[in-house]
Design a protein around this ligand. Structure first.
Ligand code: TXA
Ligand code: MG
Length: 349
Protein backbone atom coordinates (compact mmCIF):
# COMPACT_ATOMS: atom_id res chain seq x y z
CA UNK A 1 0.00 0.00 0.00
CA UNK A 2 1.27 3.48 -0.82
CA UNK A 3 0.88 5.93 2.07
CA UNK A 4 -0.10 9.41 0.92
CA UNK A 5 1.28 12.29 3.01
CA UNK A 6 -0.57 15.62 3.05
CA UNK A 7 1.12 18.54 4.75
CA UNK A 8 -1.12 21.25 6.18
CA UNK A 9 -1.00 24.25 8.45
CA UNK A 10 -3.39 23.60 11.39
CA UNK A 11 -4.31 27.30 11.43
CA UNK A 12 -5.22 27.29 7.74
CA UNK A 13 -6.88 23.96 6.97
CA UNK A 14 -6.84 22.59 3.45
CA UNK A 15 -10.49 21.49 3.38
CA UNK A 16 -10.03 19.47 0.18
CA UNK A 17 -7.35 17.39 1.95
CA UNK A 18 -9.59 17.01 5.02
CA UNK A 19 -12.48 15.85 2.83
CA UNK A 20 -10.26 13.25 1.14
CA UNK A 21 -9.01 11.99 4.53
CA UNK A 22 -12.57 11.88 5.91
CA UNK A 23 -13.65 9.81 2.91
CA UNK A 24 -10.87 7.28 3.62
CA UNK A 25 -12.20 6.90 7.19
CA UNK A 26 -15.79 6.50 5.95
CA UNK A 27 -14.62 3.75 3.58
CA UNK A 28 -12.96 1.86 6.45
CA UNK A 29 -9.36 3.01 5.82
CA UNK A 30 -6.72 4.43 8.17
CA UNK A 31 -5.44 8.02 8.50
CA UNK A 32 -2.74 9.22 10.94
CA UNK A 33 -3.28 12.75 12.23
CA UNK A 34 -1.87 15.19 14.79
CA UNK A 35 -3.56 15.91 18.12
CA UNK A 36 -2.27 18.22 20.86
CA UNK A 37 -0.78 15.22 22.74
CA UNK A 38 0.74 12.83 20.16
CA UNK A 39 -0.10 11.70 16.60
CA UNK A 40 -3.02 9.27 16.44
CA UNK A 41 -3.75 6.43 13.99
CA UNK A 42 -7.42 6.93 13.11
CA UNK A 43 -10.08 4.55 11.84
CA UNK A 44 -13.88 4.57 12.11
CA UNK A 45 -14.49 3.58 15.76
CA UNK A 46 -17.94 2.12 14.97
CA UNK A 47 -16.57 -0.17 12.24
CA UNK A 48 -15.16 -3.44 13.65
CA UNK A 49 -13.08 -4.04 10.54
CA UNK A 50 -11.43 -0.62 10.76
CA UNK A 51 -10.45 -1.36 14.36
CA UNK A 52 -9.01 -4.72 13.29
CA UNK A 53 -6.92 -2.89 10.68
CA UNK A 54 -5.57 -0.51 13.35
CA UNK A 55 -4.38 -3.43 15.50
CA UNK A 56 -2.74 -5.04 12.49
CA UNK A 57 -0.92 -1.88 11.34
CA UNK A 58 0.46 -1.23 14.83
CA UNK A 59 1.19 -4.87 15.67
CA UNK A 60 -0.87 -4.25 18.79
CA UNK A 61 -2.38 -7.03 20.96
CA UNK A 62 -6.15 -7.00 20.23
CA UNK A 63 -7.10 -7.04 23.94
CA UNK A 64 -5.72 -3.50 24.30
CA UNK A 65 -8.71 -1.12 23.81
CA UNK A 66 -8.75 2.00 21.62
CA UNK A 67 -9.83 5.55 22.51
CA UNK A 68 -12.77 6.94 20.50
CA UNK A 69 -12.22 10.60 19.55
CA UNK A 70 -15.19 12.96 19.16
CA UNK A 71 -15.38 16.63 18.16
CA UNK A 72 -18.77 17.64 19.59
CA UNK A 73 -20.30 17.10 23.01
CA UNK A 74 -23.69 15.96 21.55
CA UNK A 75 -21.93 12.96 20.03
CA UNK A 76 -20.97 11.53 23.42
CA UNK A 77 -24.37 10.15 24.42
CA UNK A 78 -24.63 7.85 21.40
CA UNK A 79 -21.61 5.76 22.41
CA UNK A 80 -21.97 5.61 26.22
CA UNK A 81 -24.69 4.41 28.61
CA UNK A 82 -24.54 7.33 31.01
CA UNK A 83 -22.30 10.23 31.94
CA UNK A 84 -21.95 10.91 35.69
CA UNK A 85 -22.29 14.55 36.84
CA UNK A 86 -18.64 14.69 37.91
CA UNK A 87 -17.55 13.66 34.40
CA UNK A 88 -19.72 16.39 32.86
CA UNK A 89 -18.07 18.90 35.16
CA UNK A 90 -14.60 17.71 34.21
CA UNK A 91 -15.49 17.83 30.51
CA UNK A 92 -16.77 21.40 30.83
CA UNK A 93 -13.34 22.45 32.10
CA UNK A 94 -10.92 20.22 30.16
CA UNK A 95 -12.65 19.28 26.87
CA UNK A 96 -11.49 19.77 24.25
CA UNK A 97 -8.12 18.83 25.72
CA UNK A 98 -5.63 16.12 26.79
CA UNK A 99 -8.18 14.20 28.87
CA UNK A 100 -9.70 10.76 28.19
CA UNK A 101 -12.69 9.50 30.20
CA UNK A 102 -13.95 5.92 30.50
CA UNK A 103 -17.69 5.08 30.61
CA UNK A 104 -19.97 2.06 30.13
CA UNK A 105 -20.24 1.62 26.36
CA UNK A 106 -23.51 1.59 24.41
CA UNK A 107 -24.40 -1.23 22.02
CA UNK A 108 -23.26 0.52 18.84
CA UNK A 109 -19.62 0.47 19.98
CA UNK A 110 -18.12 -2.80 18.70
CA UNK A 111 -16.08 -5.04 21.02
CA UNK A 112 -13.33 -4.92 18.40
CA UNK A 113 -12.81 -1.25 19.34
CA UNK A 114 -12.91 -1.79 23.11
CA UNK A 115 -10.71 -4.88 23.14
CA UNK A 116 -13.64 -6.95 24.39
CA UNK A 117 -14.47 -4.63 27.29
CA UNK A 118 -17.94 -3.29 28.22
CA UNK A 119 -16.45 0.14 28.78
CA UNK A 120 -15.25 2.71 26.25
CA UNK A 121 -12.57 5.42 26.47
CA UNK A 122 -13.55 8.77 24.91
CA UNK A 123 -11.54 11.92 24.22
CA UNK A 124 -12.24 15.26 22.55
CA UNK A 125 -8.88 16.53 21.24
CA UNK A 126 -8.01 20.23 21.18
CA UNK A 127 -6.45 20.43 17.73
CA UNK A 128 -8.16 22.06 14.73
CA UNK A 129 -6.90 19.45 12.27
CA UNK A 130 -8.03 16.55 14.47
CA UNK A 131 -11.45 18.11 15.01
CA UNK A 132 -11.97 18.74 11.29
CA UNK A 133 -10.94 15.17 10.44
CA UNK A 134 -13.26 13.65 13.06
CA UNK A 135 -16.23 15.61 11.66
CA UNK A 136 -15.33 14.74 8.06
CA UNK A 137 -14.89 11.07 8.98
CA UNK A 138 -18.31 10.58 10.56
CA UNK A 139 -17.80 11.76 14.16
CA UNK A 140 -16.23 8.72 15.88
CA UNK A 141 -12.54 8.16 15.25
CA UNK A 142 -10.83 5.33 17.12
CA UNK A 143 -7.19 6.31 17.48
CA UNK A 144 -4.30 4.85 19.42
CA UNK A 145 -0.95 6.59 19.23
CA UNK A 146 0.39 6.21 15.65
CA UNK A 147 3.50 4.19 16.50
CA UNK A 148 4.40 0.54 16.11
CA UNK A 149 3.31 -1.16 19.33
CA UNK A 150 6.07 -0.87 21.95
CA UNK A 151 7.89 2.10 20.37
CA UNK A 152 7.78 5.68 21.71
CA UNK A 153 4.64 7.59 20.64
CA UNK A 154 5.09 9.88 17.61
CA UNK A 155 5.33 13.61 18.26
CA UNK A 156 5.88 14.53 14.59
CA UNK A 157 4.79 13.13 11.23
CA UNK A 158 8.26 11.77 10.41
CA UNK A 159 7.98 9.45 13.44
CA UNK A 160 4.71 8.10 12.01
CA UNK A 161 6.34 7.53 8.62
CA UNK A 162 9.23 5.72 10.30
CA UNK A 163 6.81 3.19 11.85
CA UNK A 164 3.80 2.98 9.52
CA UNK A 165 4.81 3.97 5.98
CA UNK A 166 3.27 1.49 3.54
CA UNK A 167 0.84 0.14 6.17
CA UNK A 168 -1.80 2.89 6.26
CA UNK A 169 -3.66 4.98 3.67
CA UNK A 170 -2.70 8.50 4.67
CA UNK A 171 -0.71 10.71 7.04
CA UNK A 172 -1.85 14.26 7.75
CA UNK A 173 1.28 16.20 8.66
CA UNK A 174 0.34 19.19 10.83
CA UNK A 175 3.84 19.75 12.24
CA UNK A 176 5.16 18.85 15.70
CA UNK A 177 2.61 18.41 18.52
CA UNK A 178 2.32 20.81 21.47
CA UNK A 179 2.24 18.55 24.53
CA UNK A 180 4.22 15.43 23.65
CA UNK A 181 2.80 12.84 26.10
CA UNK A 182 -0.51 10.96 25.81
CA UNK A 183 -3.70 12.18 27.51
CA UNK A 184 -4.58 11.66 31.17
CA UNK A 185 -7.07 8.77 31.45
CA UNK A 186 -9.78 8.89 34.16
CA UNK A 187 -12.09 5.91 34.71
CA UNK A 188 -15.62 6.98 35.69
CA UNK A 189 -16.96 3.42 35.93
CA UNK A 190 -15.32 3.05 39.36
CA UNK A 191 -16.90 4.08 42.69
CA UNK A 192 -14.17 6.72 42.98
CA UNK A 193 -12.97 8.26 39.68
CA UNK A 194 -9.57 6.68 39.04
CA UNK A 195 -6.57 7.88 37.03
CA UNK A 196 -5.41 4.97 34.88
CA UNK A 197 -2.66 6.93 33.08
CA UNK A 198 -1.11 10.21 34.30
CA UNK A 199 -0.76 13.03 31.77
CA UNK A 200 -0.54 16.78 31.28
CA UNK A 201 -3.72 17.24 33.36
CA UNK A 202 -2.57 16.28 36.85
CA UNK A 203 -4.38 14.67 39.76
CA UNK A 204 -4.47 18.02 41.58
CA UNK A 205 -6.04 19.76 38.58
CA UNK A 206 -8.75 17.07 38.44
CA UNK A 207 -9.33 17.11 42.21
CA UNK A 208 -9.93 20.87 42.07
CA UNK A 209 -12.86 20.28 39.71
CA UNK A 210 -14.48 17.07 40.98
CA UNK A 211 -13.16 16.66 44.54
CA UNK A 212 -12.24 13.03 45.01
CA UNK A 213 -10.01 11.21 42.53
CA UNK A 214 -7.52 8.39 43.07
CA UNK A 215 -4.52 6.90 41.29
CA UNK A 216 -4.83 3.32 40.02
CA UNK A 217 -2.84 1.14 42.43
CA UNK A 218 -1.22 -0.71 39.53
CA UNK A 219 0.41 2.45 38.16
CA UNK A 220 3.55 2.66 40.25
CA UNK A 221 4.93 -0.48 38.60
CA UNK A 222 6.87 -1.25 41.78
CA UNK A 223 4.54 -3.98 43.02
CA UNK A 224 4.41 -6.43 40.12
CA UNK A 225 1.49 -8.34 41.66
CA UNK A 226 -0.88 -5.36 41.20
CA UNK A 227 -1.82 -5.12 37.51
CA UNK A 228 -2.64 -1.70 36.01
CA UNK A 229 -6.33 -1.30 35.00
CA UNK A 230 -5.64 0.15 31.56
CA UNK A 231 -4.57 -2.91 29.58
CA UNK A 232 -2.07 -0.80 27.64
CA UNK A 233 -0.15 0.14 30.76
CA UNK A 234 0.96 -3.42 31.43
CA UNK A 235 3.02 -3.76 28.27
CA UNK A 236 6.68 -2.71 28.09
CA UNK A 237 5.95 0.48 26.27
CA UNK A 238 7.47 3.72 25.11
CA UNK A 239 10.69 1.79 24.88
CA UNK A 240 13.91 2.64 23.07
CA UNK A 241 15.86 -0.32 21.66
CA UNK A 242 18.72 0.01 24.16
CA UNK A 243 18.49 -0.94 27.81
CA UNK A 244 17.98 2.18 29.94
CA UNK A 245 18.58 3.05 33.60
CA UNK A 246 17.42 6.22 35.36
CA UNK A 247 19.72 7.82 37.94
CA UNK A 248 18.05 9.94 40.63
CA UNK A 249 19.66 12.20 43.23
CA UNK A 250 21.27 15.64 43.62
CA UNK A 251 22.31 17.14 40.28
CA UNK A 252 26.10 16.99 40.78
CA UNK A 253 25.95 13.43 42.14
CA UNK A 254 23.83 12.29 39.18
CA UNK A 255 26.27 13.74 36.65
CA UNK A 256 29.24 12.14 38.43
CA UNK A 257 27.52 8.74 38.58
CA UNK A 258 26.44 8.81 34.92
CA UNK A 259 30.00 9.76 33.87
CA UNK A 260 31.31 6.80 35.88
CA UNK A 261 28.79 4.34 34.37
CA UNK A 262 29.26 5.64 30.82
CA UNK A 263 33.04 5.24 31.02
CA UNK A 264 32.62 1.45 31.02
CA UNK A 265 31.33 1.47 27.40
CA UNK A 266 32.77 2.62 24.06
CA UNK A 267 31.75 6.24 23.55
CA UNK A 268 29.56 5.53 20.50
CA UNK A 269 27.62 2.75 22.26
CA UNK A 270 26.46 4.66 25.31
CA UNK A 271 23.60 7.16 25.30
CA UNK A 272 23.05 9.82 27.96
CA UNK A 273 19.63 11.44 28.35
CA UNK A 274 20.05 14.90 29.85
CA UNK A 275 18.39 18.34 29.77
CA UNK A 276 19.47 21.56 28.02
CA UNK A 277 20.84 22.79 31.34
CA UNK A 278 23.13 19.76 31.88
CA UNK A 279 23.94 18.80 28.26
CA UNK A 280 27.49 20.17 28.37
CA UNK A 281 28.37 18.52 31.71
CA UNK A 282 29.13 15.13 30.12
CA UNK A 283 32.42 14.16 28.48
CA UNK A 284 31.84 10.54 27.39
CA UNK A 285 28.91 9.17 25.35
CA UNK A 286 26.18 10.27 22.94
CA UNK A 287 24.41 13.00 24.89
CA UNK A 288 20.83 13.93 23.94
CA UNK A 289 18.69 16.59 25.58
CA UNK A 290 14.98 15.89 26.16
CA UNK A 291 14.38 19.64 26.57
CA UNK A 292 14.71 22.38 29.13
CA UNK A 293 13.87 21.94 32.81
CA UNK A 294 13.61 25.71 33.26
CA UNK A 295 11.26 26.14 30.31
CA UNK A 296 9.25 22.96 31.02
CA UNK A 297 9.85 21.39 27.60
CA UNK A 298 10.94 17.91 28.79
CA UNK A 299 7.40 16.59 28.30
CA UNK A 300 7.43 17.73 24.69
CA UNK A 301 10.87 16.35 23.82
CA UNK A 302 11.06 13.03 25.69
CA UNK A 303 9.81 10.70 22.92
CA UNK A 304 11.84 12.45 20.21
CA UNK A 305 14.96 11.99 22.37
CA UNK A 306 14.25 8.26 22.87
CA UNK A 307 13.86 7.81 19.10
CA UNK A 308 17.19 9.61 18.53
CA UNK A 309 18.97 6.94 20.56
CA UNK A 310 17.48 4.28 18.27
CA UNK A 311 18.90 6.09 15.24
CA UNK A 312 22.33 6.33 16.87
CA UNK A 313 22.33 2.60 17.61
CA UNK A 314 23.54 2.89 21.21
CA UNK A 315 23.28 -0.31 23.28
CA UNK A 316 22.85 1.24 26.72
CA UNK A 317 21.32 4.50 27.98
CA UNK A 318 21.73 6.31 31.30
CA UNK A 319 19.13 8.97 32.00
CA UNK A 320 18.88 11.80 34.45
CA UNK A 321 15.69 11.72 36.50
CA UNK A 322 13.09 14.41 35.77
CA UNK A 323 11.16 14.08 39.02
CA UNK A 324 11.35 17.81 39.63
CA UNK A 325 7.86 18.87 40.70
CA UNK A 326 4.14 18.13 40.73
CA UNK A 327 3.99 18.19 36.93
CA UNK A 328 6.63 15.46 36.56
CA UNK A 329 4.31 12.57 37.30
CA UNK A 330 3.47 11.81 33.66
CA UNK A 331 7.08 12.29 32.52
CA UNK A 332 8.43 9.91 35.18
CA UNK A 333 5.68 7.38 34.45
CA UNK A 334 6.76 7.18 30.78
CA UNK A 335 10.50 7.40 31.51
CA UNK A 336 10.37 4.54 34.02
CA UNK A 337 8.30 2.40 31.65
CA UNK A 338 10.88 3.02 28.93
CA UNK A 339 13.54 1.95 31.44
CA UNK A 340 11.61 -1.17 32.48
CA UNK A 341 11.45 0.44 35.99
CA UNK A 342 15.28 0.34 36.34
CA UNK A 343 16.25 3.24 38.62
CA UNK A 344 19.24 3.88 40.88
CA UNK A 345 18.75 6.25 43.84
CA UNK A 346 21.86 8.09 44.99
CA UNK A 347 22.20 9.01 48.66
CA UNK A 348 22.34 12.73 49.51
CA UNK A 349 25.96 12.67 50.66
O1 TXA B 1 -3.32 11.31 23.91
C1 TXA B 1 -3.83 10.22 23.64
O2 TXA B 1 -4.64 9.65 24.40
C2 TXA B 1 -3.46 9.57 22.29
C3 TXA B 1 -3.99 10.49 21.17
C4 TXA B 1 -3.82 9.88 19.82
O3 TXA B 1 -5.33 10.82 21.43
N1 TXA B 1 -3.98 8.25 22.20
C5 TXA B 1 -3.44 7.20 22.91
O4 TXA B 1 -4.04 5.97 22.63
O5 TXA B 1 -2.54 7.33 23.70
P1 TXA B 1 -3.34 4.58 23.02
O6 TXA B 1 -4.20 3.53 22.38
O7 TXA B 1 -1.93 4.60 22.65
O8 TXA B 1 -3.54 4.45 24.56
C6 TXA B 1 -4.83 4.20 25.09
C7 TXA B 1 -4.73 3.65 26.49
C8 TXA B 1 -4.23 2.23 26.52
O9 TXA B 1 -3.33 2.10 27.63
C9 TXA B 1 -5.51 1.43 26.76
O10 TXA B 1 -5.27 0.23 27.42
C10 TXA B 1 -6.34 2.40 27.59
O11 TXA B 1 -6.05 3.65 27.04
N2 TXA B 1 -7.79 2.16 27.45
C11 TXA B 1 -8.54 2.38 26.34
N3 TXA B 1 -9.82 2.00 26.56
C12 TXA B 1 -9.89 1.54 27.83
C13 TXA B 1 -10.92 0.98 28.64
N4 TXA B 1 -12.16 0.83 28.19
N5 TXA B 1 -10.61 0.61 29.91
C14 TXA B 1 -9.34 0.75 30.38
N6 TXA B 1 -8.31 1.28 29.65
C15 TXA B 1 -8.58 1.65 28.40
MG1 MG C 1 0.09 4.18 22.65
Amino acid sequence: MKTKVIRMNPQELDMEGIREAGEILRQGGLVAFPTETVYGLGGNGLDPQASAKIYRAKGRPSDNPLIIHIADMEDLEKIVKEVPESAKKLASVYWPGPLTMIFQKSDIVPYETTGGMDTVAVRMPDHPLAQALIRAGGGYVAAPSANTSGRPSPTMASHVEEDLDGKIDMILDGGPVGIGLESTIVDFTEEIPTILRPGHITKNMIAKVIGTVQMDAGLSGLDQSVKPKAPGMKYRHYAPKASMTVIQGKKEAVIRRIEELAAEYPKEKVGILAADETLSCYTHGQVVSAGSRNEHTIEQGLYRALREFDHMGVSVIFSESFADDDRSEAIMNRLLKAAGQKIEYLSDK
